[in-house]
Design a protein around this ligand. Structure first.
Ligand code: BV8
Length: 285
């Protein structure tokens, strides 16, 4: 039996399927991954800028970084890997299997491909919130979607990855603000979970419930470096679940996987899933 056939048999047997995705699933949509070559912006790597300290120190620089990423992502669409995950979700629902999609990505390409009820562990590039609000889930007046590009006039033409380092080049008062209920102007920030920030507690409870009962975890396009997501594979393996990985290269969790498929997810996932989805949908008719 081929590895692919054995994996599809494991999908048949599974009752609580969790898919975890990282930047690698969006790479073929044109979005640079974190730790690949594209992970650099000016002389910074994303991890230096994706922190509350960096925003506190230089909100202008951090907003330029996110404006650049919003500009890049706005031009990108879902690729065959995103569509394969969306059709897997529909087939699992039809077959009466529990399915949860946990993504570390903030680009919302899963939703664009038709995935629903996506658990965004790290918030979204397209969500904004007043500085100081703790949550990362959409809530009217507190966390909302804003796809304006640029999000404010001062960011027009800014954010070029090769521009000179002009710290504080945009005065704070010209950065994105919104008038809160008593009319005071509050600065906005991207509603993405920065390093050192805790995830939204409602996301943590959904993620923990899904992992606790997971009997098959499919991990796609993540270097398994960032926690808490990096702990999911060891947890599922320790509770006797099946762990499968689709990734361009081996990761530190590869040894835990019963199934490790190496290559580009936009190519591998349709090959791996499409026949199972078709057969499952057939059975569910
Ligand atoms: C928290 C939003 C409580 C921002 C991001 C335990 C141990 C050690 C450290 C910690 C720990 N617990 C918490 C920490 C601290 C920290 C952490 O994990 N640090 C790491 C660096 C060790 N975690 C946190 O702070 C988290 N908060 O746990 O709260 C707490 C707090 C403090 C201290 C203790 C507890 C919050 C983390 C969230 C950070 N925000 N994103 C933004 O995007 O701007 S993380 C960001 O990087 C992404 O969201 C993603 O999650 C993460 C990892 O990136 P990947 O998705 O894996 O991408 P990467 O480039 O690394 O890998 C891509 C992979 O794809 C590669 O393997 C590549 O080979 C592959 N690939 C490429 N192309 C393809 C492909 N595969 C298939 N096909 C292709 N075509």
């Amino acid at each position: 039996m081929s590895k692919e056939t054995a994996f599809r048999a494991a999908l048949d047997a599974a009752k609580n399927i969790v898919v975890l995705t990282g930047a690698g699933i969006s790479a073929e949509s044109g979005i640079p991954t974190f730790r690949g070559a594209g992970g650099l912006w000016r002389s910074y790597n994303a991890m230096e800028l994706a922190t509350p300290e960096a925003f506190q120190r230089d909100p202008s620089l951090v907003w330029e970084f996110y404006h650049y990423r919003r500009t890049v992502v706005a031009k990108c669409g879902p690729n065959p890997a995103h569509f394969a995950v969306a059709s897997l979700q529909r087939a699992c629902n039809l077959a009466g299997k529990k399915f949860t999609l946990l993504t570390q990505n903030i680009d919302r390409l899963h939703q664009a491909a038709g995935s629903t009820d996506v658990v965004e562990l790290h918030g979204s590039l397209w969500l904004v919130k007043p500085v100081g609000h703790p949550g990362f889930l959409e809530e009217a007046g507190l966390v909302w979607e804003n796809r304006d590009n640029p999000i404010c006039a001062a960011l027009e033409g800014k954010g070029a990855p090769d521009a000179a380092q002009l710290a504080g080049s945009i005065p704070a008062e010209n950065l994105p603000h919104f008038p809160d209920k008593d009319g005071a102007r509050k600065m906005l920030r991207p509603a993405v979970v920065w390093f050192g920030e805790t995830l939204d507690p409602r996301v943590v409870s959904r993620m923990s419930a899904a992992i606790d009962e997971c009997d098959l975890l499919l991990v796609i396009g993540t270097s398994a470096v960032v926690y808490p997501a990096a702990a999911f594979a060891p947890i599922v393996a320790s509770q006797g679940g099946v762990v499968a990985e689709v990734n361009l290269e081996p990761t530190k969790n590869s040894a835990l996987c019963q199934f490790s498929f190496q290559g580009q997810s936009a190519t591998l996932l349709p090959l791996l899933l499409d026949s199972w989805v078709a057969a499952t949908n057939e059975k569910s008719l």
